[in-house]
Design a protein around this ligand. Structure first.
Ligand code: NAP
Length: 354
């Protein structure tokens, strides 16, 4: 499979999303024709940025309405596509009410629904599923069980559930199901992309992605009195988009790929922002003690169990397979953080100061 030889349209699900928008931009700029699914064709504000990009690109964009929870919803958009990139899935950190309804059902039932359409659509030869590092581990403490002090593609999250780490559970359940459905047939290949926390400029101010939720906390005072000692794997959104295109077109792409540049603590993320923006914003200056965060956690959506198993354990991710097989070269994430925060200010999502 080679990007230049694929002339059939590429299907991208969840086209309004933060990462999907970059994937679609890169596809259109490379001259591909894109079938993009959105939940609501009347919410023009959520996809007008894509129409603008398409107007100035070589590739053609067609929008289709599809919902993860409606059976057969993706059939029409998939017609004639050789490659399907399935990205639609809720990424909510604390912003949800019912973990099953808001996270697990759309992720798992949605993946089954999309792959049932793939099974019905003879033209599809490869499916790229956007999974996450969340399907390689459940809690930071799991790092203690790894041989080389990093998570890699051989690791699976075996501890998350709808009650504990539901977003993580939604991702691992969906990825496992995708592999199971792929192995039950022999027409289409599956490649999974497992990014760490994605940061960097967004093409759309209307995304509800958890990536924005995390960065917003650095601007709204939530982190002013200290942050828990927690590490995040980080990667730029443009690199994640590029990884999807490579997974779609690279003939030898195979299996899962961790997509990650490097790990930083929340305090180091705050420091990178302070280095650029100075003291105008309430960036954190210290670590909050674990016992305090355990006490306060439930008030901001984190259970005591979550705090116990995740605070104080450095986590690292090994993205060597993506470098060796996909040729990934990762951007500097401190710059991505600054660019992203600046954009949240420009879009009015973080209040401008001074
Ligand atoms: P996002 O901007 O919130 O995008 C999520 C997309 O899923 C939106 O287009 C949304 O459509 C769609 N969606 C949600 N529920 C749906 C439903 N019932 N039917 C149809 N579409 C639905 O989030 P993102 O950060 O770009 O995430 C995209 C993918 O990357 C997800 O699979 C996520 O798990 C994965 N991922 C993200 C990160 C990260 O740090 N951002 C890291 C690892 C993996 P609407 O516009 O209609 O809501």
């Amino acid at each position: 499979m080679n990007t230049k030889t694929i002339t059939s349209p590429i299907l991208v699900t969840g086209a309004t999303g933060y990462i999907a928008s970059w994937v679609i931009k890169q596809l259109l700029e490379q001259g591909h024709s894109v079938h993009a699914t959105v939940r609501d064709l009347n919410k023009k504000a959520s996809f007008q940025h894509l129409e603008k990009i398409a107007a100035h690109s070589e590739g053609e964009l067609r929008l289709f309405k599809a919902n993860l929870l409606d059976e057969g919803s993706f059939d029409e958009a998939m017609q004639g596509c050789e490659v399907v990139i399935h990205m639609a899935s809720p990424f909510l950190v604390t912003n949800f009410k019912d973990p099953i309804k808001d996270l697990v059902d759309p992720a798992l039932k949605g993946t089954i629904n999309v792959l049932n359409s793939v099974n019905r659509t003879a033209s599809v030869k490869r499916v790229v599923v956007t999974s996450s590092i969340a399907s390689t581990y459940g809690d930071a403490i799991d790092i203690l069980k790894t041989k080389y002090n990093s998570f890699d593609e051989s690791h699976w999250n075996t501890t998350s559930s709808a009650e504990h780490q539901p977003y993580y559970y939604s991702k691992v359940a969906a990825e496992r199901k995708a592999w199971q459905m792929q192995q039950a047939q022999n027409r289409w290949e599956l490649v999974c992309i497992n990014p760490s926390l994605v940061i960097g400029p967004s093409l759309t101010p209307s995304t509800q992605s958890g990536s924005v939720e995390v960065l917003q906390q650095f601007g709204n005072g939530m982190t002013r009195f200290g942050v828990p000692q927690m590490w995040n794997g980080l990667v730029d959104v443009r690199d994640v988009a590029e990884a999807h295109l490579k997974a779609a077109f690279e003939p030898n792409a195979k299996g899962r790929y961790i997509i990650n540049a490097k790990s930083l603590t929340l305090l180091e993320m705050g420091q990178a922002l302070r280095d650029y923006f100075g003291n105008k914003y309430p960036f954190p200056t210290m670590h909050a003690p674990k016992f305090l965060f355990k006490l306060m956690g439930p008030l901001i959506g984190h259970s005591r169990k979550y705090v116990e198993l995740n605070v104080g354990y450095p986590i690292y991710f090994n993205a060597q397979k993506s470098i060796d097989e996909l040729g990934m070269q990762y951007r500097d994430v401190e710059t991505s953080l600054v660019e992203h925060f600046q954009q949240l200010i420009d879009d009015g999502i973080v209040k401008k100061r001074g």
